[in-house]
Each structure stands twice: as C-alpha cells, then as structure tokens.
Design a protein around this ligand. Structure first.
Ligand code: TXA
Ligand code: MG
Length: 331
C-alpha cells in the first residue's frame, strides 16, 4: 500500500524493515526496494520480488562514510569522493572488510551484511543518499538498507510511487510516497576497489566531475555484455515494451516521439499530443534526465507502435541518459 511519507509512516516502514519486510523508498535518483541488508531472508525477498538473478549484487544504503566504514575498506579515493559527492547520487564499490575485522560482525554473522546482498563478491557497493525520506528511513530502521531500483528486473526504473506500485504491486509491504525523483536516473557506480577508478554505470555524477575530485584519470567500462563486471551492464535493460529508435531526425508511420528541444521539424500541428513527450524543450540535460523514465513509460502505453527518440548530447549527465537510451533500444 502507498503511504505519504511523514513521521508516522516512516516509523511504520522502519518497523516493517526491522521485521524483515520490503519497503518502496524514495531517493533522489529513483525509488528503491529496501530491505534490512543484515537479514538474509529479507534480502532474498528483494530478489524474488524483482525476479532478479541472484548473481546481481545490491547497493547498501547507509547514513554516512563512517557507517560505510563498518563494512568496507575506505581508501583515499573513497574519502575524497565521499567528501565531494556524499550524500548524493554516487555508489562506490569497495573491498569488503574481512569478517574478522568487521566491527559489526561479518558475512552472515549478526550485524554483518548478508552474503546474498553482495552476491558473494569480495566487494560491496555502498551509497549515502541525499533524499530526506531515505535518510530518515535508514536512521529509523537502525540498519543498513539493501535497495535496488523498485521495478521488475529488466524494466524501466521507477521515478514515482505509482510506478513502484504498477511494477511490484503487493510484493512490497509498503511504499513511501514523496513525489517524483529529482534526478530521475540511477546513481553512478564507481569501482574504487582496483588499480584505477572505473565507472561501471554512468549516472547522476559525471565521470568528468569524479576525475576532477580524484585528480586521476577515471576509466569508463561500458561493459562487455557477454561478461558484465556490473550486472547493470547486461545490455537488455531499462527497457520499454515498444521498439525504440535513437537519433531520429523524422517520425515514421506509427511512431510516437520522445523529443529533446524543438519539435517543429519533427511533427506537424495535427500530430496527436499524447504521442509526443519532450524531455526538455530548453534542452536542459538535468530536466531531461528527470523526465526520461516517466516519459518512456507513458509513450510505451500510448498505443503507438514504436518510439522515435531525438539525439541527446553526450556530455555531463547526457552520458547517463544515452546509456539508458541505448539499453532501451537494444532488441
Ligand atoms: O540510484 C541507485 O543506485 C538506485 C537507488 C535505489 O539507490 N539503486 C539502483 O540499484 O539502481 P540497482 O540494483 O538497480 O543497481 C545496482 C547496480 C547494478 O548494476 C549492480 O550490478 C551494481 O550496482 N553493483 C552492486 N554491487 C556491485 C559490486 N560489488 N561490484 C560491481 N557492481 C555492483
Ligand atoms: Mg535497477
């Protein structure tokens, strides 16, 4: 059931989490499907609800760098990145602390992160969200929260409570509603566990900004679909049902239009309005990111036979927009 986020509903949601239930949680990026990361059975419910393959690890949401340090090795890069980008849309992949040195207990020891959450890897993905409801929920639950995007695996990520309900229905015990997500695209996944920093998924924080803060070249691994480092790199992902055609300079028979900027040269005045969505009339990339998933969803249900998408510049958060569009267009 959907409840408006307030002091009471957050306390109720925190109790559900402590009891091993699932909560739809608003964040600044997309809505997450949260469970107590230290409870293996609760984490297993996430995989079941999403139909997510169990080799695909989850992001652990914590209050701050100190809490992340209970579970992962915080290196110099992580400290610098956290100083600039946390709280916010950056996920860091860091080496897991060995269970013996784990202040809160390790592995499936009480207080430690469930092995299932990290899919048995040697690394763990951690993020400190900035959304005040997410922060209040983590604090009230008193445990780190494992939370993937709150959608059925392989479909578009949810940017509103209604999207979560449409995708997961009663598989989630409560959905906390707090309007539309400000950023609208998932966090940047940055692997800081290796020789050099590597972006595994472009997102809310651009690789350029990370380079500047870390003072080193940050690699970008778009992923080999045959052997993805990060399962989000599975090519068929973030997909609407309709075929998506990128870099369109015209609209073909039966197609709806996902525009970026002026549409005057794309469609005539008698083109049905419900078949056109504009990511940003003023070509503002942040506005476009915030609109992307909701607009793809609404065109997906418009009755058109395909979606033509105008080109979006590949700079800043545009890199993340194009990453999602490419995956949406994959047949
Ligand atoms: O913005 C976000 O990150 C949202 C909100 C809810 O926080 N969450 C999200 O989670 O997008 P999810 O599960 O949809 O995506 C997590 C990504 C996946 O691509 C996963 O493979 C990758 O992070 N990941 C998680 N742990 C990893 C690890 N140890 N090594 C490499 N990639 C990892
Ligand atoms: Mg996802």
């Amino acid at each position: 059931m959907i409840k408006t986020a307030n002091f009471e509903s957050i306390a109720e949601a925190a109790a559900i989490l402590r009891d091993g239930g699932l909560v739809g949680m608003p964040t600044e990026t997309v809505y997450g499907l949260a469970a107590d990361a230290t409870n293996g059975e609760a984490v297993a419910k996430i995989f079941a609800a999403k139909g997510r393959p169990s080799f695909n690890p989850l992001i652990i949401h914590v209050m701050n760098l100190a809490q992340a340090g209970e579970f992962v090795e915080v290196n110099e890069w992580a400290r610098a990145a956290a100083g600039s980008f946390w709280p916010g849309p950056l996920t860091m992949v860091l080496p897991k602390l060995p269970p013996s040195t784990h202040p809160a207990g390790g592995g499936d020891v009480k207080g430690g992160i469930s092995e299932l959450a990290s899919a048995g890897l040697e690394t763990l993905a951690v993020r400190v969200p900035s959304h005040k409801v997410a922060r209040a929920l983590i604090e009230a639950a008193g445990v780190p929260l494992a939370a993937p995007s709150a959608n059925v695996s392989g479909t578009l990520s949810p940017t509103s409570a209604a999207h979560v309900h449409d995708s997961l229905g009663d598989k989630v015990d409560m959905i906390l509603a707090a309007g539309a997500c400000e950023i609208g695209l998932e966090s940047t996944v940055l692997d800081l566990s290796g020789e050099a920093p590597l972006v595994l998924r472009p997102g809310g924080v651009s690789a350029e900004d990370i380079c500047e803060v870390l003072g080193v070249v940050v690699g970008y691994d778009a992923g080999d679909p045959e052997a993805p480092k990060s399962p989000g790199q599975l090519l068929k992902h973030y997909a609407p049902n309709l075929p998506v055609r990128l870099n369109a300079i015209d609209v073909r028979e039966g197609e709806a239009l996902l525009a970026f900027g002026r549409t005057k040269f794309m469609v005539g005045p008698d083109f049905p309005a419900e078949w056109v969505r504009n990511l940003s009339e003023t070509q503002d990339l942040h506005e476009a990111a915030a609109n992307l998933f909701a607009m793809l969803k609404s065109l997906d249900g418009s009755g058109a036979q395909g979606i033509a998408v105008m080109a979006v510049p590949d700079v800043g958060i545009g890199v993340a927009i194009n990453d999602r569009l490419k995956r949406a267009a994959q047949k």
